[in-house]
Structures are given as structure tokens and as C-alpha cells.
Design a protein around this ligand. Structure first.
Ligand SMILES: NC(=O)c1ccc[n+]([C@@H]2O[C@H](COP(=O)([O-])OP(=O)(O)OC[C@H]3O[C@@H](n4cnc5c(N)ncnc54)[C@H](OP(=O)(O)O)[C@@H]3O)[C@@H](O)[C@H]2O)c1
Length: 246
């Protein structure tokens, strides 16, 4: 099996890449600008398996032509891609009344339009293979999050996209599911969540702790397996039982 993961240079995406390599999958992953971080993911993969079939691609999710050419390049280099994980995303928080056009567009383009173009770039390939797995990474913010109108809308949009692809392509052997992530310590939360908010998250979480990137990766991996072959169009929370942003 070969997997294509967006945003594999850091955080949850890196944990997904490492899990796939651990499981013996080939893995094409993308990064946007942090080449050193992508190189570090490659090094960690080689530590797991010195012969790991893994490759990093620079790709900006706001650039449709770049997405199409990277997808084509990955299909050619790996000969076959079986799974796509739309993981990369950004946040640009602001109150809705003050949110600039640019803040809105940047987040919607990266987090929602980008994953759509990634899906579209692989669908014909999946159709010709008569199989494919698409896994989109959403957030509890999809249910509403103050100061995050752009991010919440993009993450809610992924649910509609996922359920639509599940209906359109389920009969063709292609499944599409979405993983809704709770609070996990990564650069994203380190930079944008205050210590006060972090404490509140933990207090409201039924498990009274934050999640680990590896716990998200484990679910993503499960969705790629034969055991998950009849799971389609599902919204799966990996959030310690928390179902909304407190
Ligand atoms: N962390 C959490 O608590 C949490 C909670 C809910 C949902 N999530 C979701 O989980 C996913 C991963 O989050 P994370 O916390 O691991 O994020 P992160 O640590 O901030 O990593 C973001 C990744 O996205 C890439 N990226 C950023 N802008 C991009 C662009 N324009 N085009 C292509 N790639 C781009 C980055 O590449 P570079 O390294 O090159 O910058 C990096 O690999 C996201 O979908 C996020 O919404 C996270």
C-alpha cells in the first residue's frame, strides 16, 4: 500500500507518516515551506526502516496547478497510490467582524479548497484501480469556535465534502471518511491556544488530558486497513470524548 499525506513535515501529519512507514507502507508526503522539518520526518522514517519507500514533496495547497503536478508525480514515482490523507491546515484567528478578506481566503483555500483539489487529483486514479481510501482531518472547531469563523467553516466543509465523496464513489470501491481531532499538542496549538484555554480544554475533556499525535495516526492507519473496508462517509471523533470546543 502507498499513502499520500499532506502536511507530513510536522505534528499530526508527521505521526501519520511514521505510522504508515512502521506498518510497511510506501509514503509520499508534502510540506509547504519548512524543508528542514520535512527532512527530519524523512530521517525519522529511515530510522524506523532504512529501506522505507518515502518521499517528500513541496506543495502549497493554495496552488491548484502545484497540487495536480505533485499528485501526478507521486503516482508516477510510487506507481500506485491507494490512500490519500488530507491533513495539512492553517489557522488565522480573528473575530468575525474584524476578519480580513485575506484571513478568510487563506484558511478556506488551504483547509477546504486544497483538500478538494487533492481528492480530485487522485479520484480518476482510484477509479481506474477500483479502490481508494480518502481520509480527511477535521477538528472539533467544525461545530463552531469563537474567533475561528474561517477555520470552523473550513473544517465543517470537510464533513460535507467527505459525505459527498462517500456517496459518489462508494460503489466504485472508494471510501471517504473524516477524523475529527480534539486537542493535540503540536506547533498549531502551541502557537494559537493560550495556557488558559489549554487548561479549559483538559477540564472539559472526559479523559482529562490532551491527545497524542500518535493516537490520531492510529485511527488514520485503521481506516486504511481491510478491517475498515465497510466504513464510509463516517465522522469519527478522536478527542477523548470531548465533542465540542469548550
Ligand atoms: N493540533 C490539534 O490540536 C488539532 C486539533 C484539531 C484538528 N487538528 C487538525 O490536524 C491537522 C494537523 O494539524 P497540526 O496541529 O499537526 O498542524 P501543524 O503542526 O501546524 O502542521 C501543519 C502542516 O501543514 C502544512 N501546511 C501549512 N500550510 C500549508 C499550505 N498552504 N499548503 C500545504 N501544506 C501546508 C505544514 O507544512 P510546513 O511544515 O512546511 O509549514 C505542516 O506540515 C490539521 O488539519 C488540523 O486542523 C489539529
Amino acid at each position: 500500500m502507498n499513502v499520500f499525506v499532506t502536511g507530513g513535515s510536522r505534528g499530526i501529519g508527521r505521526a501519520i507518516v511514521l505510522k504508515m512507514v512502521e506498518e510497511g507502507y510506501g509514503c509520499a508526503f508534502t510540506y509547504s515551506s519548512k524543508k528542514e522539518a520535512a527532512d527530519e520526518t524523512l530521517n525519522l522514517c529511515k530510522k524506523i526502516d532504512s529501506k522505507a519507500n518515502v518521499k517528500a514533496y513541496r506543495m502549497d495547497l493554495k496552488n491548484v496547478a502545484e497540487i495536480e503536478s505533485v499528485a501526478e508525480g507521486a503516482i508516477e514515482a510510487f506507481e500506485n497510490i491507494h490512500v490519500v490523507v488530507n491533513n495539512a491546515a492553517v489557522v488565522r484567528n480573528n473575530a468575525a467582524a474584524l476578519m480580513s478578506n485575506e484571513e478568510w481566503k487563506d484558511v478556506i483555500d488551504t483547509n477546504l479548497s486544497g483538500p478538494f483539489f487533492v481528492c480530485r487529483s487522485f479520484l480518476l486514479h482510484f477509479l481506474s484501480n477500483k479502490m481508494g481510501r480518502i481520509i480527511n482531518i477535521s477538528s472539533l472547531a467544525q461545530g463552531g469556535a469563537s474567533g475561528q469563523a474561517n477555520y470552523a467553516a473550513s473544517k465543517a466543509g470537510l464533513l460535507g465534502l467527505t459525505k459527498t465523496l462517500a456517496r459518489e464513489y462508494g460503489a466504485k470501491g472508494i471510501t471517504c471518511n473524516v477524523v475529527v481531532v480534539g486537542y493535540v499538542e503540536t506547533d498549531m496549538t502551541a502557537n494559537y491556544l493560550s495556557d488558559k484555554l489549554k487548561k479549559i480544554w483538559v477540564e472539559y475533556c472526559p479523559m482529562k488530558r490532551i491527545g497524542k499525535a500518535e493516537e490520531i495516526a492510529a485511527m488514520v492507519y485503521y481506516l486504511t486497513t481491510e478491517d475498515a473496508s465497510f466504513i464510509n462517509g463516517e465522522v469519527i471523533h478522536v478527542s477523548g470524548g470531548l465533542t465540542y470546543i469548550p
